[in-house]
Design a protein around this ligand. Sequence first.
Ligand code: ADP
Length: 633
Amino acid sequence: MSTQHPFQAEVAQLLHLVTHSLYSNKEIFLRELISNASDACDKLRFEAIENGALYEDAPTLEIRVSYDKAGKTITIEDNGIGLSLEEAIENLGTIAKSGTREFMQRLSEARRNDAKAEGALIGQFGVGFYSAFIVADRVTVESRRAGLPPEQGVRWTSEGTGSFETETITRAKRGTAITLHLREDAGEFLSAWRLKAIIGKYSEHISLPILMPKETWDKDKNEYVTSDEWEQVNAASALWSRPKKDVTDEQYIEFYKQLAHDGDAPLLWSHNRVEGATEYTQLLYIPSKAPWDLWNRDKRGGLKLYVKRVFIMDDAEQLLPLYLRFVKGVVDSADLPLNVSRELLQESRDVKAIREGSTRRVLTMLDELASSGDEADRKKYADFYREFGAVLKEGLGEDFANRERIAKLLRFASTTSDDVAVSFADYKARMKPGQKAIYYLTADSLVAAKGSPQLEVFRKKGIEVLLMTDRVDEWALQFLHEFDGTPLQSVAKGAVDLGELEDEAEKKAAAEAAEAMKPVVEKLKTVLAERASDVRSTTRLSDSPACLVVPEGAMSPQMVRILKQAGQPVPDTKPILEINPGHGLVKKLHGLIGTEGPFADLAHVLFDQAVIAEGGLPDDPAAYVRRVQAMLG
Ligand code: ADP
C-alpha cells in the first residue's frame, strides 16, 4: 500500500526550476546521482568501522549504471548505506541545507536578469538528487538501509510535480537503485557509449569502481548487445593519491568540478604530499568565483577529510581557518585513526599540523601568484582578489601567526589608483622622504572616500592615502598596527601629525592661525557641547571649512553605522570637530562671535555638513535644512 506525501514547498520550487531551466546541460544528472551513490558508499564504510556487520555479504562497494533501451530507463545502483522508509521521506522530500530559501530567491532574481547567471548558481548549489528530473518524468527509488531486514525496504516514486509516493517493499540487496524513466527528449542517453563518456568526464576519479554491462558486437544482428558481464568504466583511483606528474590539468579540473559541484574551472590548485611529524596529502583548490553564500560564516569549510583513502567526513572545518572557507579540496591523512570524530578532530595534534600546513600552502600559493613576474598570473591574482579579497582580510583578526603574510596579500585603492591594486609594499616604495606612516582612510564607497575632507592636506602635499571601502576593513585593520616596520595611521583618527613633511614656516603659520581662532574654538565647544567631544583648529583641511575625526582608538562613524545596521550595541562616542582657520566660513564664524543665534546656526550647519561629507546624515535633518534655507534666503 503506498502513501502520498507533498514535497516541501522549496523542493517543489526547485523541481520546477530544474525541469524548466537545466535543459542546456542535461548530462550533469549522472554526475549528481553517481556522486550521491559514492557518498552513500562512503557513509557505509564509515559506519562499518564500528559495526562490520553492515557489510552483510557484500563487502565490495561499487556503483552500477545500466540502461534499458526498450523500456527507456536508466538505473544507477549502489550498495552503500541505503535509505530507510523514514529517511526516504525525509531526505528525498525536503532540502535539508540551510540557506535554501535565500538560494531560491537569488535564483529567481538571476532568472529574471540573466539565464547564464542562473545556470552558474544552480551549478554551485548542486541540485543533487533532484537533477534526476532534468531527464526523467518519473523516478523510482528502491532502497534498503544497511542492517535492516529485507522486508524493510522502501520504494519511492515521483513524477517530479507536487508530490511523491512511498511504500514498503522487500529488497534483498542493501543500498539504493534509482531508475529514471526518461522524457521523450532524453533518448540520447540510452547509449552505453554516451553514458561511458559522461562518466569519464565527471566521475573518472571518484574512489569507487563504476560498472556497466559489457557490450559485445553481434555479427548476426549487426549491432552491440549487452551481456551479463559487468566491466569497470572508470579509473577509480583517488586522484590525489597519484603522483603529480601522472595527472593532467584537465583531470585536476574535472576532479574539482565534481568535488565542488562547480561548473567553472578552478582558478588554481596545489597538490602536495607532506611528510614530517605527520604525513598527509593535500589537494587544495581555489575556485574562480565566490559562492553565493560566501558571507555565511556558519558555513562549514570546503575540505573533505580522508584517512588512507577512506572517506571520513565532508566539510571538515578544523582543517582550515574560517577566513579560508572558500578553499575546496581533499586532505588525506596517513596518521589519523579511521574512527575519528568531529570532537576528536578538535583535539588532534595531527589535525593542528594539517591545518597549519594547509593554511601556509594556500597563502604561499596566493603569494606566488601575486608576486609572479608573469602578467597573466598577476591578472589571475586580481581576479582572485575581486572575489575573495574581503574574506581574506578576516584573517588579520583570526590568524595572528600569519598576519604578516596575509597583510602582504592585501590590495587597496588609493588616492593615486582607483583600481584595488595597491599593496602595502607598493605604497611603502612610493612614500615621501620623511613620511613616517602608511596613511589610510575607510569609507562606505570609493566616491565617499575620494571626496573626504580629511584627504585635503595629503592631496596638497602629494602624499598617497590608501582608500578602504570594504565593510570588513575597519574591523580588520584594528589588528594590523604596522606593515614591515611602518605604522599604519588612519587619517580620520586623532590629530594629523605630518612631522617632517611640514616645514618650519608652515608650522609657525599654523600655530598663529590656531592662536587667532582660539575664541571661536572656545565658543564652539560650548555651543556644540552635546555633539562634539572636542573642537580644535587643524591644518589638515584646505578646501573644506570643517571635518570630523574620532579620538585615537575609538570607532569611526562608518564602523558605528555598520554596527548599528547589524543591530549591534554601539558605544556613544562623540566625534571631534576640526575647523580650518583659513576658510571663509570659519572666518565668518569669527565675525559672529558676539552673537548668539547666528553663531549657533552657522556652527550647527558646519557640523552637519562635516557629518554629510563623511557619508552620514545630520541627527536632525529638518533643523539642518531649515538653517541652510534661512541662510540662503
Ligand atoms: P545532498 O546529497 O547534497 O545532501 P541530495 O538532494 O542529492 O542532497 O540528496 C538528499 C539526501 O538524500 C542525501 O543527503 C542522502 O541522505 C539521500 N540520498 C541521495 N541519494 C542517495 C543514495 N544513493 N543512497 C542513500 N542516500 C541517498
